[in-house]
Each structure stands twice: as C-alpha cells, then as structure tokens.
Design a binder for this molecule. Structure first.
Ligand SMILES: Cc1ncc(COP(=O)(O)O)c(C=O)c1O
Length: 442
C-alpha cells in the first residue's frame, strides 16, 4: 500500500521480522478489542482482574524487605540498595524460585541456574538468542504454537519448524521425523519448544507416559526441550498434577520457562528460566547456561526490576513458597469458567457433527472447530455485528493455510459473560453457515 503521509523510513529497511504476521498478530488482536470495547471478549488470555489487590502489593514488598533483613541478615542500607538500586543480572529472588519449584513441582535446581526475567517472554527471547548460533540452526515447536515464541524466534532469525501436536499434545513420531529431516537437510535442530500442561492455544496436555517417552526421545536424538509452563497450576480436578518435564529430567535436557503472570500478577512482569545445562565458557570455565543467558540479559534489560521481584518474592514467602494455596480462588474460578464454557458449548451445539471443541483438563483455552475458514475478517465481523471477540487459530500457525478453528479463553470473564459471549458466537456460527453455499462449508 502506498503511504498517504510522508515517511522517513519504510518497514522494508528494518528487521525483516517487523513485517511478519507473528509480530503483527498481537497488535491486530488488541486493536480489534479496542475498536469494539462493548464486545464480550473470549479472546484475552489475561488473568481475572477482580482478584487484583493493590494493598497486597505493598504488603508483599514489606514481606520481602523483612526477609532480606531478618532471614538473610542484610543491614538496612544493604536491603534498601537491593530493592532500589541496579542489581544482580540473574535476579534477587532466585533462591525463592528454587524453593517454589521444590515445593510445588518436586524439582531440585541450583538457584545459580535460574535467571529472573522480565516475564517469561524475555526468558524465551534470551534462550532463543543464545541457541541461534548460525544460519543452519532451526527451532522445532509443537504447532499450534504460542505466537510470542514464534515472534521471538523471528527476531533472532531462527526459523521455526512445526511438529504435529496430534491428539495427545505432541506427536512423538513426527518429532523424531522432524529432527531427522532437519539433520538430513544439513540443519541443526537446537531444541523443541512445547507446553506439556494445558497448552496455549490448544488446551492439550501431554500424558505422564508420553512425557517420559519424550525425554527418552530427546536423549536418543540429542535434543534440548524448552518447557513452557504458565498454566500448569490450573487443572480442573484437585488431584495430583503430572510431573513437569523438568521434574523428570535426569540429564539436563530441559530448559524450563516459568511465569508469575498467571499465578501472581501480570503487571509485575516477572518470569524466569531454569537453564542448568553445563557450558564451557570462553575462559574454559564450566558454568550453567544461565550464566550465558545472563550475559545476553545484561545487554537487553540489565536486570529485572528488583521492586517487581520483591513483590513476587513477598507473595511466595507469605505462602511458604507454594503457589498452590496462594491460588485457591483463582484455581476455583478458572475451573468453574472452563466447565461453564464447555457445558455452554454442548448446550448450544447439541449435534457435534458441524461444530466441535476440545475439552481440556485445565488451563484457560478451548479450541472450537467450525465448518468454514476462520480469519481476521471474520473476527472483525464478529466484533462489529455480533459483539463477541475470540482468537482465530490461524494466528498460531506459521503458514498461510486456512484454519477452521478459533480459540476461546475463560480467564478474564464471568460465567454471565461466558453465556452472553457463547450466545453471540452461536449466532455468528449459525449466520456464517447459512451464508455459505454447501460447497464452501467444510
Ligand atoms: C504459553 C505462554 N508463554 C509465555 C507467555 C508470556 O508470559 P509472561 O507474561 O510471563 O511474559 C504467555 C502469556 O500469555 C503464554 O501464554
């Protein structure tokens, strides 16, 4: 399109990723929701805002400050400096994160292998930046893939090769085939990115048996696994959760990406990466991959805000470093909403031949498959004419093949809003089916 205003630069002169759909996707979705503020949003994967508590933020900060003085023996001026001055690149709550992983996940990690990051998003970027050493490198990722991962990979010029999810979260035969295909083509698969628990966007989880098979495969094929786990706490039943890949990892195959956005507070922008892989540095000294990531971080964000870390640290301390009891209300609300959404779909589409949906065991997302292509134009029509927002699944695939599915999120809405949103979605789907000639209906 020819610009109507005078311009100083064109996007073609900037990094190629800036013209890529992976980077424009989030902006587009935000713009649609801003343009139609009255629409019910089943699109946003944001946490439920009614639980946000400003007073608690102050308390967490105080709790962490007391911890520095009373438990760690810092003098008042040292504690003040730790909270308010530039700080350690790898972070100041690494010991609490290590304790949290031990308590909640049964994972034992050396705190020195943890880098506290500006959200999980920065953690992904650091890892991909470090792994992309040359043009032969590729990243494998289970598709559909979280768009933030694809976008970060674009920014470091790392091609993403899809691996089929299959019905069980990861198709292990396809993963092995993709590793071999890449190597046969002279490429170097640096890692495979996946979400074993309630993946965004598919909602799928990998069974404990497949997690073990996956680790065995990674070992046989000499492959790293990037495990992203922002939703693991939010399972529907209260029973034991399956072990994370990191909990099963006996030979440092897994780089673990953590986020406090859904379990504590998204506005704090705190996440982390556990990278315990041993790396021989330029000086010959061997240290954790975390040290190399910290070097990159020191050139990107210097360090994660210590004030934000203190808020997360205080919340952890107030709950014995376990986020399970700390999220009792959240877990109940998300589970209630997920059940409500799935039951609401069943009521509105009793004949499951034309419209189908996933029934996840937890998390925020349900994928609805419909008998027509779902694209951005349909989303815009849905917002304008029907007053409901959702996410086209095409945003989570790294190609332009039409996709007949959309993602619904239950995290930022009430059951009443879910009802209203589903009524409107059902009206859209009925209308869309009626508008299509039989040959256009898939
Ligand atoms: C799968 C996945 N990974 C990472 C992130 C980003 O996490 P953070 O907010 O900690 O940067 C999200 C956010 O929605 C996500 O869904």
């Amino acid at each position: 399109m020819t610009p109507v205003e005078p311009v100083d630069l064109t996007v073609a002169d900037l990094h190629p990723a800036l013209g890529d759909p992976a980077l424009t996707s989030m902006n587009f979705l935000n713009e649609v929701s801003e343009r139609y503020p009255a629409a019910v949003s089943l699109a946003a994967g944001r946490p439920y805002e009614e639980f946000f508590d400003l007073a608690a933020v102050h308390r967490h900060l105080e709790t962490f400050h007391r911890h520095l003085v009373d438990d760690l023996g810092h003098r008042p001026e040292q504690a003040r400096r730790l909270l308010l001055q530039y700080g350690r690149t790898k972070g100041i709550i690494h010991h609490l994160i290590a304790r949290n992983l031990a308590v909640d996940e049964g994972v034992t990690v050396d705190p020195e292998s943890i880098v506290v990051t500006v959200g999980c998003q920065e953690a992904m970027f650091l890892v991909l930046r470090a792994l992309r050493a040359g043009p032969e490198d590729v990243l494998l990722a289970v598709a559909p893939t979280y768009v933030g991962l694809t976008g970060a990979a674009r920014l470091v010029d790392l091609p993403v090769w899809p691996v089929a999810a299959g019905p069980s979260g990861v198709d292990l035969a396809d993963l092995r085939a993709q590793v071999r295909r890449a190597r046969a083509a002279g490429r170097r698969p640096r890692a495979c990115y996946l979400m074993p628990d309630f993946a965004n966007p598919s909602g799928l989880s990998i069974s404990p048996a497949d997690r073990r098979r996956l680790l065995a495969l990674a070992s046989e094929e000499d492959l790293l696994l990037l495990e992203d786990n922002p939703y693991g706490l939010f399972h529907l039943d209260g029973g034991p959760r399956p072990p994370t890949l990191k909990a099963l990892d006996t030979d440092r195959r897994v780089v673990y990406l953590g986020s406090f956005a859904k379990t504590v507070l998204p506005g704090a922008r705190v996440g982390y990466v556990v990278a315990d892989q041993r790396v021989a540095g330029v000086d010959g000294r061997v240290g954790p991959l975390a040290d190399q990531l910290a070097m990159i971080k020191s050139m990107v964000t210097l360090n994660t805000s210590p004030i934000a870390q203190a808020v997360i640290g205080g919340r952890l301390l107030e709950h014995g470093c376990s986020l399970v009891p700390a999220n009792t209300r959240e877990r109940a609300a998300y589970a209630r909403n997920l059940r409500h959404l799935v039951a609401g779909l069943a009521r509105r589409f009793p004949d499951r031949s034309a419209v189908r949906w996933t029934v996840p065991a937890g998390g925020f997302f349900v994928v609805v498959t419909v008998p027509f292509d779902v694209d951005d134009a349909l989303l815009a029509r849905s917002a304008r004419d029907f007053g409901v927002l959702w996410t086209p699944m095409a945003h989570f695939y790294d190609d332009t093949v039409p996709v007949c599915a959309l993602r619904l999120s239950v995290s930022a809405v009430t059951p009443e809003q879910i009802d209203l949103g589903l009524d409107r979605l059902a009206a859209l789907i009925t209308d869309e089916i009626a508008r299509r000639t039989p040959s256009q209906v898939r």
